[in-house]
Design a protein. Sequence first.
Length: 117
Amino acid sequence: MLSIMKYWPFLLLIVSNIFMTFAWYGNLKFKSSSISLPVIILISWGIAFFEYCFMIPANRFASRNFDTAQLKIVQEAITLVVFGVFSVLYLKESFKLNYVLSFICILGAVFFAFKKF
């Protein structure tokens, strides 16, 4: 039986991705804002700092139990799920069938990354 602590880093990756998504895409909700691009970049850097505060420990802890390729594939899957939720709830964009099918393919990649052959 695998310890639950083995998967703790994945929770850190989820939190990290929430910060990353806001840092990269949060400003798109305010495209017509009068805030200058350099200020937006500085705000995004400030948010991204917190991404790194979660991402670096997550990768270091997870590397004890998982290969770096497995970590990267899981990271991409988490990124897409977080982004999907973000785009629908925060940016109020529609979630289309082709996005669902794309996510299923990414989940397939996660499956094969952890599959023992």
